[in-house]
Design a protein around this ligand. Structure first.
Ligand SMILES: Cc1cc2nc3c(=O)[nH]c(=O)nc-3n(C[C@H](O)[C@H](O)[C@H](O)COP(=O)(O)O)c2cc1C
Length: 220
């Protein structure tokens, strides 16, 4: 796939076919993704890849935490002003195509729950940071590798959704993955073959006009 085509084609996929994704394919995606930039080539990321029963059990734990209204370990950052407006714009697009009315609490909950079940994807890639790596520095590099995962996945016909929801609740992850406390879950990427009939997958999120986010100096 041509680079420009890939960048334009990448979008968050929130509905997947049940078809499994092989370990070999995910290995290829991660090997490509590892070419990401990182400060001083520190590569402060570790991948934890889940599928099958382990993934199902963790999704169920998340459902339990949601039902019991457990406070999430990681909270979504609060957006303000134009940043918030962009986020509201996305929600309107998604809820519009999914026919979720603003006041329809039941359907909104259904939507939120899907994210905490990794959108029923056949696999999810969690990205961890070791506690010896600076949190802010690592977050930048993990962002870079995350974008690469999403782009590399396209090469194999796979769709992805980067999601904080995958790691917002950590009780289930800690209980079933047996990782040392020194490893911190930063973000997850649901991955699988896109279900093109799922309406939200056809949403193309908007971007601010370039002039809103760019200053130029020294150009004619
Ligand atoms: C750090 C991060 C966390 C995200 N968390 C979620 C999430 O929890 N749930 C979700 O549906 N999308 C999540 N997204 C996806 C964004 O909503 C999406 O990237 C954005 O709306 C732009 O849309 P696009 O990916 O289709 O271009 C997340 C993206 C990033 C970068």
């Amino acid at each position: 796939m041509e680079l420009k085509e890939g960048i334009l084609a990448r979008k968050s996929v929130r509905g997947f076919k049940p078809d499994p994704v092989s370990k070999e394919t995910i290995e290829k995606v991660l090997t490509l993704a590892q070419r990401a930039v990182s400060a001083m080539n520190g590569q402060p990321w570790e991948f934890v890849v889940l599928t099958g029963d382990t993934m199902k059990i963790i999704a169920e734990e998340n459902m339990k935490d949601l039902d019991e209204k457990v406070e999430p370990d990681i909270k979504d950052p609060a957006l303000v002003d134009e940043y918030k407006a962009r986020s509201v714009g996305l929600a309107k697009q998604l809820f519009g195509v999914m026919e979720i009315e603003r006041h329809d609490i039941e359907k909104r909950n259904w939507w939120v729950r899907r994210g905490y079940r990794f959108f029923d994807a056949p696999a999810v890639i969690l990205i961890c940071r070791d506690e010896r790596c600076d949190e802010k520095g690592a977050a930048f590099d993990i962002g870079a590798v995350t974008q690469n995962v999403c782009l590399a996945a396209l090469e194999y016909g796979l769709g992805t959704c980067t999601e904080l929801q995958a790691v917002n609740y950590q009780r289930g992850l800690r209980k079933h993955l047996n990782l040392p406390e020194s490893k911190h879950f930063v973000v997850g990427i649901a991955i699988g073959y896109p279900d093109d009939s799922f309406p939200a997958n056809n949403v193309v999120s908007e971007r601010a006009p370039l002039e809103e986010v760019t200053s130029w100096y020294g150009f004619e």
